[in-house]
Design a protein around this ligand. Structure first.
Ligand SMILES: Nc1ncnc2c1ncn2[C@@H]1O[C@H](COP(=O)(O)OP(=O)(O)OP(=O)(O)O)[C@@H](O)[C@H]1O
Length: 360
């Protein structure tokens, strides 16, 4: 009996909704983005997370068509759009500062893109109604933008971007102009909205790790115009490959160490680690402040001295200068016996610590 292998048709492998293929953007001699290669699948949300000036917005603008790559290609659904103007790309964009048309009523703002595409009047009306319901703004359709709060204006901006049913939605710091309370509400709202758009690929630019962790399927960490690490949100949080990612995503103590099988050597102690991104040689032991315990010096733990004690209501934050040279922060619950500043102490690193590479 012979068996035949049926070739997989080319169409069965779906092209990513968005692809950066070696994209660089330079302004004069300065690199705003260096050699970015990254895909976003249909229905996936990827957060671009990094400090100010790391190239996040530039990466997003390259997809929207607002900047032209110096080299590399931008692909949408497998199609090379690098040379295409923004209005031909069919992507929805929402930026930090709402950018609604101030003289147009809410409903006309939402209808704008649909009218520009010359959709029949009845369809425009139906989609505007649907979009306003989706963002919970039906009651405000006749108002002008200035009659709305910041959060409400941002909802309209999102409704306007979604009205054309773009396969790709680009959000650039959409919550950063809002106050803390409103931000939290809008974050919940965005998460709900995400569930209503199962086929839309979303790129979400932020420097706020909470927004990235709450919304993204995968997080791409940017630094100095480069992609440092990319992975599922929970994996990057629990097993950060680099010290930069460990610190940027959640805050971590970084203790200089030597990677060894199953963990790391710190001074003359060997600490077991849950995960290692480095097999051997110089590395950093990364441990979150809540995963450390501080005890009286004994045979176990890393020896050091308490340098500061801060009461934070729900517990204490201790700073401990370790004999190996690193200073670490530990968050302890209020009920533990808390040593005073100046006392010798030993720091025990919890099982959740990981060994990461030093540099991106
Ligand atoms: N039009 C421009 N002309 C010159 N330099 C620019 C321009 N736009 C961006 N840059 C520079 O490119 C780098 C990356 O900028 P970008 O806006 O992409 O960073 P970002 O990570 O989005 O920062 P932020 O969070 O502050 O918005 C920065 O150093 C910035 O100063």
């Amino acid at each position: 009996m012979t068996s035949t292998l049926t070739p997989v048709p080319a169409t069965a492998v779906e092209a990513p909704a968005i692809g950066w293929d070696g994209v660089s953007v330079r302004y004069g001699d300065a690199h705003a983005l260096r050699d970015l290669t990254l895909d976003v699948a249909r229905g996936e949300t990827v957060a671009l997370l990094g400090p100010s000036g790391s190239g996040k917005s530039t990466a997003l603008k390259a997809v929207a068509g607002f900047v032209r790559p110096t080299s590399g290609r931008v692909l949408l659904g497998g199609r090379d759009v690098t040379g295409e103007p923004p209005h031909r790309r069919g992507v929805g964009v929402v930026v930090q500062s709402y950018a609604l048309f101030p003289h147009m009523k809410v409903e006309d703002n939402v209808a704008f893109g649909l009218r520009a595409r010359r959709l029949p009047r009845a369809e425009v009306a139906a989609r505007v109604t649907e979009m306003l319901a989706m963002v919970g703004m039906t009651a405000h359709r006749g108002k002008l933008p200035r009659e709305l709060s910041g959060g409400q204006q941002q909802r309209i901006a999102i409704a306007r971007a979604l009205a054309i049913r773009p396969p790709v939605l680009l959000l650039d710091e959409p919550l950063s102009a809002l106050d803390a309370r409103l931000r939290q509400d809008m974050l919940d709202e965005l998460r709900r909205l995400r569930g209503e758009l199962p086929d839309t690929a979303i790129v979400y630019v932020t420097h706020d790790q909470t927004e990235a962790l709450v919304l993204a399927d995968r997080i791409a960490i940017m630094r100095d115009a480069r992609l440092v690490d990319v992975g599922p949100a929970d994996e990057l949080y629990h097993r950060p490959p680099s010290a930069f990612t460990a610190e940027f995503l959640g805050g971590a103590n970084l203790i200089p160490a030597e990677a060894v099988a199953g963990g790391a050597r710190v001074g003359d102690r060997t600490v077991p680690a849950a995960h290692s991104a480095v097999a051997s040689g110089p590395a950093l032991l990364c441990v979150r402040p809540h995963a450390l315990t501080v005890e009286v010096p004994g045979p176990d733990g890393l020896p050091g001295r308490v340098t500061a004690v801060q009461w934070r209501g729900s517990g204490y934050r201790l700073e401990v200068a370790l004999d190996c040279g690193a200073t670490v922060s530990a968050d302890l619950p209020a009920l533990t016996g808390v040593p005073a500043a100046g006392e010798p102490a030993a720091v025990r690193v919890g099982a959740a610590c990981v060994v990461a590479r030093e540099e991106p």
